[in-house]
Design a protein around this ligand. Sequence first.
Ligand code: OGA
Ligand code: FE
Length: 277
Amino acid sequence: MTTTTLEAEAGVRARLQFIDPAGPPPVALVKPEGDGQDEHTGRYEYREVLVHDARPEADRFTLDKDGFAFGRAPTAVRNFFDAEEVKRIYYPEVAALIKRATGAAEVVIFDHTCRIDDEAEEESRRVRGPAKIVHNDFTALSAAQRVRDLFPAAEADARLRRRYGSVNLWRPIRGPVETAPLVICGWETLAQDDLVVSERHYPDGRIGRIYTVAHNPKQRWLYFPQMAADEIILLKCFDSATDGTARWTAHGSFQDPTSPPDAAPRESIEVRSMVFF
Ligand code: OGA
Ligand code: FE
Protein backbone atom coordinates (compact mmCIF):
# COMPACT_ATOMS: atom_id res chain seq x y z
CA MET A 1 0.00 0.00 0.00
CA THR A 2 1.30 3.47 -0.77
CA THR A 3 0.70 6.47 1.43
CA THR A 4 1.13 9.05 -1.31
CA THR A 5 -1.89 8.17 -3.46
CA LEU A 6 -3.93 11.24 -2.57
CA GLU A 7 -1.07 13.65 -3.12
CA ALA A 8 -0.05 11.98 -6.39
CA GLU A 9 -3.59 12.24 -7.75
CA ALA A 10 -3.92 16.02 -7.24
CA GLY A 11 -4.28 17.51 -10.68
CA VAL A 12 -6.56 17.42 -13.71
CA ARG A 13 -7.21 14.82 -16.37
CA ALA A 14 -6.57 16.40 -19.75
CA ARG A 15 -5.86 15.46 -23.35
CA LEU A 16 -2.39 16.17 -24.69
CA GLN A 17 -1.41 15.96 -28.33
CA PHE A 18 1.34 13.37 -28.95
CA ILE A 19 3.04 12.07 -32.07
CA ASP A 20 2.12 8.60 -33.29
CA PRO A 21 5.56 7.11 -34.01
CA ALA A 22 4.00 4.70 -36.54
CA GLY A 23 2.88 7.64 -38.71
CA PRO A 24 4.84 9.37 -41.52
CA PRO A 25 7.87 11.54 -40.62
CA PRO A 26 6.64 14.77 -39.01
CA VAL A 27 7.36 18.02 -40.86
CA ALA A 28 5.88 21.39 -39.87
CA LEU A 29 5.58 24.30 -42.30
CA VAL A 30 5.88 27.23 -39.92
CA LYS A 31 3.69 30.20 -40.85
CA PRO A 32 4.77 33.78 -40.18
CA GLU A 33 3.28 35.03 -36.90
CA GLY A 34 -0.37 35.95 -37.31
CA ASP A 35 -0.89 33.81 -40.42
CA GLY A 36 -2.72 31.08 -38.54
CA GLN A 37 -1.78 27.57 -37.50
CA ASP A 38 1.32 25.86 -38.90
CA GLU A 39 0.73 23.02 -41.37
CA HIS A 40 1.88 19.60 -40.22
CA THR A 41 2.54 16.23 -41.74
CA GLY A 42 2.87 13.27 -39.40
CA ARG A 43 0.18 11.56 -37.42
CA TYR A 44 -0.77 13.06 -34.08
CA GLU A 45 -3.01 11.62 -31.40
CA TYR A 46 -4.71 13.02 -28.33
CA ARG A 47 -4.20 10.92 -25.22
CA GLU A 48 -5.70 11.58 -21.83
CA VAL A 49 -3.18 11.92 -19.02
CA LEU A 50 -3.22 13.06 -15.41
CA VAL A 51 -1.59 16.49 -15.23
CA HIS A 52 -0.30 16.89 -11.68
CA ASP A 53 -0.59 20.16 -9.80
CA ALA A 54 3.11 20.94 -9.23
CA ARG A 55 2.57 23.89 -6.90
CA PRO A 56 3.10 21.89 -3.70
CA GLU A 57 6.61 20.94 -4.93
CA ALA A 58 7.32 24.14 -6.90
CA ASP A 59 10.58 24.89 -5.05
CA ARG A 60 12.04 21.42 -5.50
CA PHE A 61 12.56 21.42 -9.27
CA THR A 62 16.01 22.22 -10.65
CA LEU A 63 17.26 22.75 -14.19
CA ASP A 64 20.02 20.17 -13.76
CA LYS A 65 17.91 17.41 -12.20
CA ASP A 66 14.44 17.97 -13.69
CA GLY A 67 15.22 20.15 -16.71
CA PHE A 68 12.87 22.91 -15.55
CA ALA A 69 12.47 25.26 -12.62
CA PHE A 70 9.76 27.52 -11.27
CA GLY A 71 10.33 30.95 -9.78
CA ARG A 72 9.16 34.48 -9.19
CA ALA A 73 10.74 37.31 -11.16
CA PRO A 74 9.15 40.74 -11.51
CA THR A 75 9.92 42.64 -14.72
CA ALA A 76 10.17 46.29 -15.74
CA VAL A 77 8.54 45.59 -19.12
CA ARG A 78 5.25 47.40 -19.69
CA ASN A 79 4.25 46.15 -23.14
CA PHE A 80 5.40 42.66 -24.12
CA PHE A 81 3.84 43.05 -27.56
CA ASP A 82 6.35 45.83 -28.35
CA ALA A 83 9.30 43.88 -29.77
CA GLU A 84 11.64 46.86 -29.41
CA GLU A 85 10.84 47.23 -25.70
CA VAL A 86 11.19 43.48 -25.18
CA LYS A 87 14.65 43.46 -26.79
CA ARG A 88 15.81 46.57 -24.92
CA ILE A 89 14.43 45.83 -21.45
CA TYR A 90 13.41 42.18 -21.25
CA TYR A 91 16.33 40.45 -23.00
CA PRO A 92 18.93 41.83 -20.53
CA GLU A 93 16.66 40.95 -17.56
CA VAL A 94 16.21 37.41 -18.84
CA ALA A 95 19.90 36.95 -19.69
CA ALA A 96 20.85 37.93 -16.12
CA LEU A 97 18.23 35.59 -14.68
CA ILE A 98 19.29 32.60 -16.80
CA LYS A 99 22.93 33.28 -16.02
CA ARG A 100 22.18 33.18 -12.31
CA ALA A 101 20.01 30.07 -12.62
CA THR A 102 22.49 28.06 -14.70
CA GLY A 103 25.88 29.40 -13.64
CA ALA A 104 26.68 29.85 -17.33
CA ALA A 105 29.54 32.15 -18.32
CA GLU A 106 27.50 33.69 -21.13
CA VAL A 107 23.84 33.77 -22.16
CA VAL A 108 22.86 34.77 -25.69
CA ILE A 109 19.17 35.53 -26.21
CA PHE A 110 18.18 34.81 -29.79
CA ASP A 111 14.41 35.21 -30.04
CA HIS A 112 11.07 35.37 -28.31
CA THR A 113 7.46 34.40 -28.97
CA CYS A 114 4.28 36.04 -27.69
CA ARG A 115 1.21 33.80 -27.57
CA ILE A 116 -2.49 34.47 -27.10
CA ASP A 117 -5.06 31.69 -26.71
CA ASP A 118 -7.56 33.40 -29.02
CA GLU A 119 -7.48 32.91 -32.78
CA ALA A 120 -8.88 36.35 -33.69
CA GLU A 121 -6.38 38.13 -31.42
CA GLU A 122 -3.63 35.87 -32.72
CA GLU A 123 -4.23 37.14 -36.24
CA SER A 124 -4.89 40.79 -35.46
CA ARG A 125 -1.86 41.11 -33.16
CA ARG A 126 0.37 38.81 -35.23
CA VAL A 127 1.30 36.43 -32.44
CA ARG A 128 1.12 32.66 -32.01
CA GLY A 129 -1.41 30.53 -30.19
CA PRO A 130 -0.45 28.05 -27.47
CA ALA A 131 1.62 25.06 -28.66
CA LYS A 132 -0.82 22.16 -28.85
CA ILE A 133 1.72 19.46 -29.69
CA VAL A 134 4.02 18.39 -26.87
CA HIS A 135 7.64 18.85 -27.91
CA ASN A 136 11.17 19.93 -27.02
CA ASP A 137 12.59 22.92 -28.92
CA PHE A 138 15.84 21.16 -29.96
CA THR A 139 17.18 17.70 -30.76
CA ALA A 140 20.60 16.36 -29.84
CA LEU A 141 21.89 17.74 -33.17
CA SER A 142 19.90 20.89 -33.91
CA ALA A 143 21.18 22.89 -30.92
CA ALA A 144 24.67 22.76 -32.47
CA GLN A 145 23.17 23.98 -35.74
CA ARG A 146 21.66 26.95 -33.92
CA VAL A 147 25.11 27.85 -32.52
CA ARG A 148 26.45 27.68 -36.09
CA ASP A 149 23.61 29.94 -37.28
CA LEU A 150 24.43 32.48 -34.56
CA PHE A 151 28.23 32.74 -34.81
CA PRO A 152 30.99 32.77 -37.46
CA ALA A 153 32.30 29.26 -38.20
CA ALA A 154 35.54 29.40 -36.18
CA GLU A 155 33.83 30.93 -33.17
CA ALA A 156 31.01 28.38 -33.37
CA ASP A 157 33.57 25.54 -33.45
CA ALA A 158 35.30 26.91 -30.37
CA ARG A 159 32.00 27.31 -28.51
CA LEU A 160 30.86 23.80 -29.43
CA ARG A 161 33.97 22.24 -27.90
CA ARG A 162 32.81 23.30 -24.43
CA ARG A 163 29.60 22.64 -22.52
CA TYR A 164 26.68 24.59 -23.96
CA GLY A 165 22.93 24.40 -23.94
CA SER A 166 19.64 26.16 -24.44
CA VAL A 167 17.15 27.48 -21.89
CA ASN A 168 13.74 29.12 -22.41
CA LEU A 169 12.15 31.49 -19.94
CA TRP A 170 8.34 31.42 -20.01
CA ARG A 171 5.99 33.85 -18.27
CA PRO A 172 2.38 34.92 -18.42
CA ILE A 173 1.95 38.42 -19.85
CA ARG A 174 -1.01 38.83 -17.55
CA GLY A 175 -2.18 36.62 -14.76
CA PRO A 176 -3.64 34.49 -13.55
CA VAL A 177 -3.44 32.05 -16.46
CA GLU A 178 -6.95 30.65 -16.83
CA THR A 179 -6.77 28.85 -20.18
CA ALA A 180 -4.22 26.68 -22.02
CA PRO A 181 -1.64 26.37 -19.23
CA LEU A 182 1.89 25.22 -20.00
CA VAL A 183 2.31 21.48 -19.38
CA ILE A 184 5.70 19.88 -18.71
CA CYS A 185 7.19 16.40 -18.51
CA GLY A 186 10.58 16.55 -16.78
CA TRP A 187 13.80 14.85 -17.82
CA GLU A 188 13.52 12.03 -15.28
CA THR A 189 10.37 10.43 -16.74
CA LEU A 190 10.99 11.20 -20.41
CA ALA A 191 12.71 8.33 -22.25
CA GLN A 192 14.88 8.81 -25.34
CA ASP A 193 12.63 6.26 -27.07
CA ASP A 194 9.63 8.59 -26.57
CA LEU A 195 11.23 11.25 -28.79
CA VAL A 196 10.65 11.58 -32.52
CA VAL A 197 12.70 14.06 -34.60
CA SER A 198 10.42 16.53 -36.34
CA GLU A 199 11.49 19.09 -38.95
CA ARG A 200 10.36 22.70 -38.89
CA HIS A 201 10.60 24.59 -42.15
CA TYR A 202 10.70 28.34 -41.44
CA PRO A 203 9.50 31.12 -43.77
CA ASP A 204 13.14 32.30 -44.15
CA GLY A 205 14.20 28.88 -45.52
CA ARG A 206 15.92 27.67 -42.36
CA ILE A 207 15.17 24.10 -41.31
CA GLY A 208 15.04 23.47 -37.57
CA ARG A 209 14.64 20.17 -35.81
CA ILE A 210 12.71 19.56 -32.62
CA TYR A 211 11.57 16.49 -30.72
CA THR A 212 7.94 15.61 -30.79
CA VAL A 213 6.86 13.15 -28.13
CA ALA A 214 5.14 9.77 -28.22
CA HIS A 215 2.81 8.92 -25.35
CA ASN A 216 4.25 6.68 -22.65
CA PRO A 217 2.41 5.92 -19.40
CA LYS A 218 5.72 6.33 -17.51
CA GLN A 219 5.75 10.06 -18.30
CA ARG A 220 4.74 12.30 -15.39
CA TRP A 221 3.04 15.46 -16.65
CA LEU A 222 2.59 18.52 -14.49
CA TYR A 223 1.55 22.18 -14.54
CA PHE A 224 1.49 25.21 -12.29
CA PRO A 225 -2.18 26.27 -11.99
CA GLN A 226 -3.15 29.94 -12.20
CA MET A 227 0.31 31.31 -12.92
CA ALA A 228 0.71 35.00 -12.10
CA ALA A 229 2.46 37.60 -14.25
CA ASP A 230 5.48 37.66 -11.92
CA GLU A 231 5.92 33.89 -11.99
CA ILE A 232 8.26 32.20 -14.45
CA ILE A 233 9.25 28.78 -15.69
CA LEU A 234 12.75 27.99 -16.94
CA LEU A 235 12.84 25.16 -19.47
CA LYS A 236 16.03 23.36 -20.43
CA CYS A 237 15.75 22.64 -24.15
CA PHE A 238 19.26 21.28 -24.61
CA ASP A 239 22.41 20.50 -22.65
CA SER A 240 25.55 19.10 -24.24
CA ALA A 241 26.49 17.45 -20.91
CA THR A 242 26.04 13.67 -20.97
CA ASP A 243 26.85 12.92 -17.32
CA GLY A 244 23.25 12.45 -16.17
CA THR A 245 22.44 16.17 -16.06
CA ALA A 246 18.97 16.89 -17.45
CA ARG A 247 19.35 17.54 -21.18
CA TRP A 248 15.76 18.51 -22.11
CA THR A 249 12.10 18.15 -21.15
CA ALA A 250 8.83 17.96 -23.06
CA HIS A 251 6.27 20.77 -22.95
CA GLY A 252 3.15 22.07 -24.63
CA SER A 253 -0.28 23.20 -23.50
CA PHE A 254 -3.68 21.71 -22.83
CA GLN A 255 -7.28 22.79 -22.67
CA ASP A 256 -7.95 22.97 -18.97
CA PRO A 257 -11.32 21.33 -18.22
CA THR A 258 -11.54 23.43 -15.04
CA SER A 259 -11.29 26.79 -16.90
CA PRO A 260 -14.30 28.99 -16.09
CA PRO A 261 -16.54 29.67 -19.13
CA ASP A 262 -15.67 33.39 -19.14
CA ALA A 263 -11.93 32.78 -18.63
CA ALA A 264 -9.53 35.36 -20.02
CA PRO A 265 -7.42 33.80 -22.80
CA ARG A 266 -3.83 33.00 -21.82
CA GLU A 267 -1.21 35.53 -22.92
CA SER A 268 2.43 34.53 -22.52
CA ILE A 269 5.94 35.23 -23.70
CA GLU A 270 8.86 32.84 -23.97
CA VAL A 271 12.43 33.94 -24.56
CA ARG A 272 14.95 31.50 -26.06
CA SER A 273 18.62 31.50 -25.20
CA MET A 274 21.85 29.63 -25.82
CA VAL A 275 23.98 29.25 -22.71
CA PHE A 276 27.74 28.74 -22.72
CA PHE A 277 29.70 27.39 -19.76
C1 OGA B 1 8.01 27.14 -25.33
C2 OGA B 1 6.70 26.62 -25.80
C3 OGA B 1 4.33 26.59 -25.60
C4 OGA B 1 3.21 27.44 -25.13
O1 OGA B 1 8.02 27.99 -24.40
O2 OGA B 1 9.04 26.71 -25.87
O3 OGA B 1 6.70 25.75 -26.64
O4 OGA B 1 2.05 27.10 -25.43
N1 OGA B 1 5.58 27.12 -25.25
O5 OGA B 1 3.47 28.46 -24.46
FE1 FE C 1 8.64 24.92 -27.00
